[in-house]
Design a protein around this ligand. Structure first.
Ligand code: TRH
Length: 377
């Protein structure tokens, strides 16, 4: 009989929580032959990422996953063999009791947020002692050995490479979004939170000698784009030109289509957790808008990632990228840092592929979870 897995997702805000858990659920069902149930407290946010989700349904099947609305009144269900509590969301008490009365114990995993900080490898896989003989462990995704790795579907990189080697596939996908990019134009995507640095970056792109086309999926940064363009309406599809820069708002696409958007671009600005990882698999240089935490805790995460990412770069290119990322995340001037990044463009592009290959040499997160379970049984 297939092992059963329950994944619990509480949407705190934005799309990262559901983005990560949905990706994991799909991959477990598709590649590891396990029965996956995904409990989600906000199906409306889910629908944005995956429009075939019907928010009014208490349960529904999508992509081989049993998706259940996490109800206020918890139903009597049997606890699964493996229980994933994503990002510290608290399990319903009745479900905890259902775990405690199983004849064979359930494996309970607390799937944590992604971080490159060095303490992560020391905490990954540690037990979290519980009363009533429940067995809970911390499971940390990560970029280095002794962590749980990153979400990566088995065929992801082969699909990405085939797509990037096929100019017609790129043109067709962009055309489906209403986008045409003249040859020789740098294509960039911009997915970010509100950001005070944006205006200066767009100024630099507009003043550049080479043309740039920026695609902005509908979302939180649009207010800053709108203010910079100083137009009355910012409609999806319309192209706004300023000097060497053209800016176009594109629809928020289905999660698997967002990969294609990243693969099409020469440079991707991303945010949070899931888009950040997907941009790394795109093999192209990126700019990360990190999710801000209390007491500036995100800053150490940012620096820890940068320290790893620049390892393969010359000191000058590493410095240029570091300055750009710091400026973007502090709302500081971007013009000079962007100019320096352009000077090291080819090196940054080659490093993005190297980084992707280095990460792909580690087991992916879904495989690592399955292995953890097998070793634990
Ligand atoms: O949306 P995010 O900012 O999400 C989060 C949450 O805020 C979370 O609480 C926080 O802890 C975490 O970040 C760090 O960014 P993220 O993680 O990149 O999630 C966005 C998802 O949206 C991702 O799965 C990709 C998807 N997406 C689409 O499906 N279509 C699109 O057009 C775009 C732009 C994104």
């Amino acid at each position: 009989m297939k092992a059963s897995w329950d994944i619990f997702c509480c949407v705190v805000d934005n799309y990262g929580d559901i983005g990560v858990t949905w990706r994991l659920a799909r991959q477990l069902a598709a590649e590891h032959d396990v029965a996956v149930r995904l409990w989600v407290d906000d199906l409306k946010s889910f629908e944005r990422l995956w429009p075939s989700v019907q928010p009014q349904l208490a349960s529904q099947w999508q992509q081989g996953v049993d998706i259940c609305q996490w109800p206020l009144e918890w139903p009597a269900v049997q606890a699964a063999d493996v229980v994933i509590e994503a990002f510290g969301c608290t399990l319903p008490e009745a479900y905890r009791q259902a775990m405690a009365v199983r004849t064979t114990p359930a494996l309970w995993l607390n799937l944590e947020y992604l971080s490159a900080e060095s303490w992560v490898s020391g905490c990954h896989g540690l037990p979290s002692p519980q009363p009533d003989r429940l067995q809970k462990y911390f499971f940390f995704p990560g970029f280095v050995e002794k962590t749980g790795g990153l979400l990566r579907e088995g065929d992801l990189l082969a699909r990405r490479q085939a797509f990037q080697a096929d100019p017609q596939a790129r043109r067709d996908f962009l055309a489906s979004l209403g986008v045409t990019v003249p040859a020789g134009t740098r294509l960039m995507s911009l997915f970010a939170y509100e950001n005070a640095s944006l205006g200066e970056w767009l100024d630099a792109l507009a003043a550049d000698a080479s043309p740039t086309h920026v695609l902005v999926p509908q979302g939180r940064v649009l207010g800053d784009v709108h203010a910079w363009l100083a137009v009355e309406a910012l409609e999806v599809g319309a192209v706004h030109r300023r000097g060497a820069l053209s800016v176009q708002v594109v629809p928020f696409v289905r999660q698997d289509q967002y990969d294609l958007l990243l693969w099409c671009c020469d440079f991707n600005a991303v945010r949070g957790e899931d888009s950040f990882v997907r941009a790394q698999w795109a093999g192209r240089p990126l700019l990360w808008h990190i999710y801000e935490q209390e007491e500036y805790a995100h800053w150490e995460k940012l620096e820890a990632f940068l320290a790893l990412y620049v390892e393969g770069l010359s000191a000058e290119a590493g410095q240029a990228l570091t300055l750009l990322w710091r400026a973007w995340n502090q709302g500081k001037a971007m013009g000079q840092a962007w100019g320096q990044v352009l000077q090291h463009w080819d090196e940054l592009r080659a490093n993005a592929e190297k980084w992707c290959a280095r990460q792909a040499a580690q087991p992916d997160l879904a495989t690592a979870l399955v292995k953890f379970y097998r070793n634990w049984i």
